[in-house]
Design a protein around this ligand. Structure first.
Ligand SMILES: NC(=O)c1ccc[n+]([C@@H]2O[C@H](COP(=O)([O-])OP(=O)(O)OC[C@H]3O[C@@H](n4cnc5c(N)ncnc54)[C@H](O)[C@@H]3O)[C@@H](O)[C@H]2O)c1
Length: 321
C-alpha cells in the first residue's frame, strides 16, 4: 500500500493541498487527513473531497496512541505535516501551544514514523521563511537553503526548532525528511486573523482597517495553489534530506498591499468608505522576509500566479458569494 498522511489538512494550506491532491493523478491508495480542529481548522473546507480513499481522522499530532493506530491501520509511507499553531500574534500572547504542536508534535510524529518505518518512506515538514528572521533592508541578499536560521518571534522559533530536530534525526537515524519553507500564502478560505482576509472583510463590510506601526513591513506573497503545486512536486520527486525555499512574486509593503486591495475592490465596483487605522505595532515585528527559490526552480517548474491576478480572483469570489 502507498498511503499518505496529511496532518493539519483542515487548515488553510493543508485543505488546499488535500483538494489539489484529489485533482491529480496521484500515486496514493489512501489519503488520510488528521486534524485536531483547533479554532483554525474547519472540516467544511474538505468535506466535499472525503470518500473511501480520502479519510478524515479527528486527532492531535501530540497523541502518540492516535498516531500509532493510524500508522498501523494504514501503513503510512508518506507524511506531509501542515499541523501547526500558525499565527504570530497568538504566539506572542501564549507560546506554550506553539511549543507543544510545532516542536513536540513534530518529535512525536517523527518518532511514530520512525518506529513504523516503511521502505522509501518520506516525511515532509511544512516550514516557513520566518525561520531565517527579518532582513534589515529589502535589497539585501536573499536567504537560500544554507542560510542561518535566526527566528525573531516565538512562532518562528518553534518552526526553526522543529527544523533543527529534523536535521538531527537525518544525521542520527538517516531520517527521510524534506523541509519546505514557503513565504506568506494567500487564497480562499484563509482564517480572517491573517492580513489579506482581514483587509478583504474590512473593505467588504466598510470597517476600518487596522495597520501595525506605519505599515512599512515587506512581505513576498505566494498564491496557495502555487504552494500546493510545489509541495506536490517535492513530495513525489525530491531526494530525501533536502530543503527547498519557495518564494512569492516579489516584495510589497503592507500599506501598498492594502491600497492594492482597496483599488481592486473599486475596479470591481465596490467603493470603500472606511479608514486606515494605524495601531500599536506588534512587538518585535519582522521588517522583511527574503527567500531565494533558485534551487526549487532549477529542479521543478512553476508558473507563479501574480499578486494582482490572485487578489482579483479572491475579491471577485467574495463579491459574488
Ligand atoms: N499561512 C502561511 O502564510 C504560511 C506560510 C509559510 C508556512 N506556513 C506553514 O504551513 C502550515 C499550514 O499553515 P496554515 O496557514 O494552513 O495554518 P492554519 O492555522 O490555517 O492551519 C493549521 C491546521 O493545523 C491544525 N492543528 C493545529 N494543531 C494541531 C495538532 N496538534 N494536531 C493536529 N492538527 C493540528 C489546525 O486545526 C488547523 O487545521 C503551518 O505549518 C505553517 O507554519 C504557513
Amino acid at each position: 500500500m502507498n498511503n499518505i498522511l496529511i496532518t493539519g489538512g483542515a487548515g488553510f494550506i493543508g485543505s488546499h493541498f488535500v483538494e489539489y491532491l484529489k485533482q491529480q493523478n496521484h500515486p496514493y491508495d489512501k489519503v488520510i487527513v488528521l486534524d485536531k480542529l483547533t479554532y483554525a481548522g474547519n472540516l467544511d473546507r474538505i468535506r466535499s473531497v472525503l470518500d473511501d480513499d480520502f479519510i478524515f481522522i479527528h486527532g492531535d499530532i501530540c497523541n502518540r496512541a492516535v498516531l500509532e493506530e493510524i500508522f498501523k491501520s494504514y501503513q503510512v509511507k508518506t507524511v506531509v505535516n501542515f499541523a501547526a499553531e500558525s499565527h504570530v500574534d497568538r504566539s506572542i500572547e501564549d507560546v506554550f501551544p506553539f511549543i507543544q504542536t510545532n516542536y513536540i508534535g513534530v518529535q512525536i510524529l517523527m518518532d511514530t514514523f520512525k518506529s513504523n518505518w516503511q521502505n522509501e518512506g518520506r516525511f515532509i515538514q511544512i516550514s516557513t521563511d520566518e525561520v531565517f528572521g527579518s532582513s534589515k533592508e529589502i535589497n539585501l541578499n536573499k536567504n537560500n537553503e544554507t542560510s542561518l536560521l535566526n527566528p525573531m518571534n516565538p512562532y518562528a522559533a518553534t518552526k526553526a526548532s522543529a527544523e533543527l530536530l529534523i536535521n538531527s534525526y537525518n544525521n542520527t537515524y538517516d531520517f527521510p525528511s524534506i523541509i519546505i519553507r514557503s513565504t506568506n500564502n494567500y487564497g480562499g478560505l484563509q482564517n480572517e486573523e491573517k492580513l489579506i482576509p482581514k483587509v478583504i472583510q474590512a473593505v467588504l463590510n466598510q470597517r476600518d482597517i487596522p495597520i501595525y506601526g506605519n505599515g512599512e513591513y515587506y512581505r513576498d506573497w505566494l498564491h496557495v495553489t502555487n504552494t500546493c503545486e510545489a509541495i506536490y512536486q517535492v513530495t513525489l520527486k525530491s531526494k530525501i534530506q533536502e530543503s527547498y525555499n519557495i518564494a512569492g512574486t516579489g516584495l510589497i509593503s503592507n500599506i501598498d498591499l492594502i491600497q492594492m486591495i482597496i483599488c481592486l475592490f473599486k475596479e470591481a465596483g465596490h467603493d470603500y468608505h472606511g479608514q486606515l487605522q494605524f495601531v500599536k505595532d506588534r512587538p518585535g515585528h519582522d521588517y522583511c522576509y527574503l527567500v531565494d527559490d533558485k534551487k526549487y526552480l532549477s529542479e521543478f517548474k512553476m508558473k507563479k500566479i501574480s499578486l494582482n491576478t490572485g487578489l482579483k480572483q479572491l475579491i471577485d469570489s467574495v463579491l459574488n458569494t
